[in-house]
Design a protein around this ligand. Structure first.
Ligand code: ATP
Ligand code: MG
Length: 568
């Protein structure tokens, strides 16, 4: 590739509408073009990187038996209705459109339904299974916020694979095989040393976890909870958490129950200060209505938030919404803001977090407008719950209950997600197989995503310095950046080297422009090609080349043979 012919140009100006380093660098270096927030086009250099990432992903999916397909972006409504994923209330980030005759269509955001539908034509007997099939395709999601460049797009490239197995055991084996392939992908992309398999939510109907692959990054949206000295990582959404004990007060005898007027006091910090107690002695009670019509009071100690994923699993609900004003008034007898579990209506199901155990003289909403109860005690003012649960969002300082170790927290970006689906989609779409005895059986399914374009963003974030991008060799848009300095003689020599290297299958970006050397060097650094080679009149006289790896930036003068040795 001759730089003189490349239509993209580098820019020194940081785009003012981009806060993410990956987008800033990739735009300045001419790899991508921002169409609108969360929507980027891939220009020649960017497309090369994207294709190099895809190649690695493809090779590893093929290696475990993946058969590549390409599903459609336009999606018919009926198959998604069968699995109850069409309704915007159920899946809130669909883009949808219509045919001129009014028929509604969805714009593909994932592909479980169409893959099952397509395969239904080919799956009859046990002999037709197992199957691994995958695609690499643009996905469309109406993301609420798209501010992190390629990390969160509204249109983005995903690899999505689907497995179909005859039994849970067969599924589990395929699932683990996919996990191994995922580790290989991240290792080949240079992210292996800081990409971890992390337990995450497995969805509404199962106790199982899914597994995310998370790459450590300060710009990550996710928080990982690591059990120190183990390879156990949890996503914040599922991390089992035990609250650190409340700082003990010596010989605390039970004080007299009191109701204190504190109209309009919102937030535990203010309340704790007003009452003159540590905030761990305050209590947060939230009232929810479940899709099964139950009213639930969820109770955590001050400083914690309620984890609706954990709560939903405990109460067996598919959906929880905060109870409306009328319900709050009915069950507490007070205005919103003063809820506790003292004298609640009898039909409310109370779930108390373990952080609320082992406290004396604590605060709680009094279920009386404008009042908070203080010096509340289990067993005296309230029956001690038969069971305490874990319904809180894990926080710094929390303990992993099983090991008793305090979690270490890390920021990370989700670069992949593998998910056991059991037979939810296959059953819903009526796709079964007949076993050896001729009996109809459910098909166990898994899905496996990799954020291909997000990975390009993650790599750009991680492998970069103040001069620009620093691509790992196997995904760089070219291996060598050839800088020509000087006139006719230099041109002849540089042309020859270009032809020679390209002839050997070494991809070269040849800066054959009539620009100042400083400009060429700066561009080679911004674009981030791993090896720079300079040809100049002075070097030709000495029968040598200047060689500079992008990573170290330390130049050496080499003979022709030495140079080829470096580049091979
Ligand atoms: P997130 O929690 O980040 O929104 P997700 O769990 O919804 O992601 P999946 O449906 O599991 O995503 O998609 C598989 C992979 O696709 C993710 O692991 C991630 O790497 C990537 N991905 C998901 N959403 C986006 C997006 N908006 N932009 C870029 N990549 C994405
Ligand atoms: Mg995910």
């Amino acid at each position: 590739m001759r730089v003189s012919q490349l239509f993209t140009k580098t820019s020194k100006t940081v785009p003012s509408d981009e806060v993410a380093k990956n987008a800033q660098l990739l735009i300045r270096a001419g790899f991508i073009h921002k169409e609108m927030a969360g929507v980027y086009a891939y220009l020649p250099l960017g497309l090369r990187v994207l294709e190099n990432i895809k190649k690695i992903v493809r090779e590893e999916m093929n290696a475990i038996g993946g058969q590549e397909v390409m599903m459609t972006t336009l999606q018919p409504k009926d198959i998604w209705e069968k699995t109850d994923r069409w309704d915007d209330a159920k899946v809130d980030n669909w883009f949808k459109t219509k045919l001129t005759n009014g028929t509604e269509l969805g714009v593909g955001l994932t592909h479980e339904e169409p893959v099952v539908d397509a395969l239904s034509a080919y799956i009859n007997s046990y002999k037709d299974l197992p199957i691994f099939t995958y695609q690499i395709q643009n996905k469309f999601r109406n993301e609420l916020r798209a501010k992190s460049g390629l990390l969160r797009g509204r249109e983005f490239v995903m690899k999505d694979m689907y497995s179909f197995a005859r039994s849970q055991e067969e599924h589990d084996e395929m699932y683990e095989r996919a996990a191994v392939a995922y580790h290989k992908v991240y290792r080949r992309l240079g992210l292996g040393d800081f990409t971890y398999r992390v337990k995450a939510d497995g969805g509404i109907f199962t106790e199982r976890f899914s597994d995310e692959f998370q790459t450590l990054s300060s710009v990550g949206e996710d928080t990982l909870f690591h059990v120190p000295d183990t390879d156990e990582y949890f996503n914040e959404e599922v991390a089992p958490a035990q609250a650190p004990a409340v700082t003990p007060v010596p010989d605390e005898s039970l004080a007299e129950f009191e109701e204190v007027e504190a109209a309009g006091v919102i937030g535990v910090a203010v309340l704790a200060e007003l009452l003159g107690i540590p905030f761990e002695k305050t209590t947060k009670t939230m009232l929810y209505t479940s899709d099964t019509g139950e009213t639930i009071a969820a109770v955590v100690r001050g400083g914690y938030d309620i984890n609706e994923i954990k709560l939903r699993k405990i109460v067996g609900a598919r959906k929880l919404v905060l109870a409306d004003e009328a319900t709050v008034k009915r069950v507490t007898g007070a205005e919103v803001g003063y809820a506790g579990i003292l004298n609640l209506a009898a039909d409310v199901r109370v779930i108390v977090d373990e952080s609320c155990a082992n406290r004396t003289n604590f605060e709680m909403g009094a279920n009386r407008t404008n009042f908070h109860a203080t010096n509340v005690n289990w067993g005296r003012d309230l029956p001690l719950p038969e069971e305490f649960y874990d319904i809180k969002v894990a926080r710094k300082g929390d303990v992993h209950p099983e090991s008793g170790k305090t979690y270490e927290l890390h920021r990370a970006v989700e670069v992949g997600n593998i998910f056991p689906l059991e037979s939810k989609y296959t059953d819903a779409l009526g796709v079964y197989y007949t076993n050896e005895e001729g009996k109809q059986e459910s098909i166990i399914m898994g899905c496996y995503g990799i954020g291909v374009s997000r990975l390009m963003g993650v790599i750009a974030e991680h492998f970069s310095d103040d001069k620009g991008l620093v691509w790992p060799e196997n995904i760089a848009p070219a291996k060598v950046y050839l800088v020509r300095i000087g006139g006719e003689v230099a041109t002849k020599h540089a042309d020859e080297l270009y032809d020679e290297l390209m002839g050997k299958g070494i991809e070269v970006m040849y800066d054959d422009r009539d620009e100042r050397p400083g400009t060429k060097f700066a561009d080679s650094e911004l674009i981030g090609i791993p090896h720079r080679v300079t040809v100049s009149d002075r070097l030709i006289e000495a029968d040598s080349y200047e060689y500079t790896p992008r990573m170290s930036g330390v130049s050496e003068v080499l003979t022709h043979d030495q140079l080829l040795g470096k580049l091979n």
